[in-house]
Design a protein around this ligand. Structure first.
Ligand SMILES: *Cc1c(COP(=O)(O)O)cnc(C)c1O
Length: 370
């Protein structure tokens, strides 16, 4: 049996390799490897795509989050409310600034932070909320923004898994104060290496983001802040510029694939498996099912034996991570998150996944769980 991988980033190269080669060779020949036109053009085009006034490229999604927090003066003594069910970088970057991540439980149906729990977590030290649009699906941004406004809090959107997703017709990343994106290869818009972007409509925040990503220096060798070196390589910018016009098509393909999984799983009628909740505006970075009765790990192993590779995002919630022991969370603090961590399984998902591959995934699941 052929292998069905969880993602296959080389397929995009097969589709548009000629254009990617050309763009890369142009950069190589230009000698402009840092900054320059490729970067500024991509920043403009990406910001236009999101609908934001400013796009500031950087070296990774992690750096985007860190720089956004720094640009909003979040640091020692501050608290930032986020989800415990996300990639570590969401909380890690809060800690990197010296601030404290404050977790709230998630909703089982969306896997996203339960915005109804935000207000109870707000203290006099709270400075921001960091919603994470997990697996391609937006947090309820109408409710979240109303709470942020009422309590005068900044909103930093972690859009790493949701490039192109919308909430109520607005692109994520253009709703809060700063939107943070990742171009890690398996993201919806993936580069050929690391890359990130910040979007904002606030010109002062944009200026500070520009400065912070280059050593806090508005003018070479004059420094206003302690910043860092976090630039997007010209080579990556040129490749991402080629890929950006395909993003909507690729996201549509992900939507079709998710619809097809849902129908196939419904027909397969597997009582122990719960399909993800339908969401038309999600861009389906992952198609994540829940498997009950403590069988998830065994199901994953059996799928692997059949050469179907699945992923567990995420096996251990952030509040129970070793490194956060000092925050004094304990097991049982976030029951929905903890239960979900034991049950989630992300099925193979990439725009080029074929119908017969999906059929094989579902029939294999049916056989294992019958
Ligand atoms: C990928 C990811 C990041 C970090 O992005 P990098 O580009 O890998 O640094 C942050 N948050 C979430 C939710 C992610 O999935």
């Amino acid at each position: 049996m052929n292998k069905i991988p969880p993602f296959d980033v080389s397929q995009q190269y097969q589709q548009i390799g000629d254009r990617l080669n050309k763009a890369a060779l142009e950069v190589l020949a230009s000698g402009q490897y840092i900054g320059g036109q490729a970067v500024s053009q991509f920043e403009t085009e990406f910001a236009q795509y999101i609908g934001s006034n400013h796009g500031i490229a950087c070296n990774s999604g992690t750096d985007a989050l860190y720089l956004a927090l720094r640009a909003l003066d979040i640091g020692e003594g501050a608290e930032v409310i986020t989800s415990p069910f996300t990639f570590f970088a969401s909380a890690e970057t809060i800690s990197m600034t010296g601030a404290k991540p404050v977790f709230i439980d998630i909703e089982a149906h969306s896997f996203n932070m339960n915005v109804d729990l935000i207000e109870a977590a707000i203290t006099e030290r709270t400075k921001a909320i960091m919603p994470v649009h997990l697996f391609g699906r937006s947090v309820d941004m109408t409710k979240l923004m109303a709470i942020a406004k009422k309590h005068n809090l900044y909103v930093i959107e972690d859009c790493a898994q949701a490039t192109g997703a919308t909430f109520d017709g607005q692109k994520v990343g253009n709703i809060g104060d700063v939107g943070c994106f990742s171009f890690y290869p398996t993201k919806n818009l993936g580069g050929c290496g690391d890359g990130g972007m910040m979007t904002t409509n606030n010109p002062e925040v944009a200026r500070k983001l520009h400065i912070l990503r280059e050593h806090g220096s508005p003018k070479r060798y004059y420094h206003e802040y302690i910043g860092m070196n976090s630039r997007l390589d010209a080579l990556q910018a040129a490749l991402l510029q080629v890929k950006l016009p395909y993003l909507d098509k690729w996201n549509d393909q992900r939507r079709e694939i998710s619809d097809r999984y849902t129908h196939l799983l419904k027909d397969a009628n597997i009582p122990k498996l719960v399909s993800p909740h339908y969401c038309a505006s999600s861009v389906w970075n992952q198609y994540t099912v829940c498997i009950g009765d403590g069988q998830r790990d065994q199901v994953q192993a059996q799928l692997r034996e059949q050469n179907i590779i699945t992923m567990i995002y995420y096996p251990l919630p952030l509040h129970l991570q070793e490194v956060y022991r000092y925050l004094n969370y304990k097991k049982g603090d976030f029951p929905v998150t903890e239960d979900i961590c034991d049950r989630v399984l992300s099925l193979p998902m990439f725009p080029e996944l074929r119908e017969e591959q999906q059929q094989r995934v579902v029939s294999t699941l049916q056989n294992i769980l019958k």
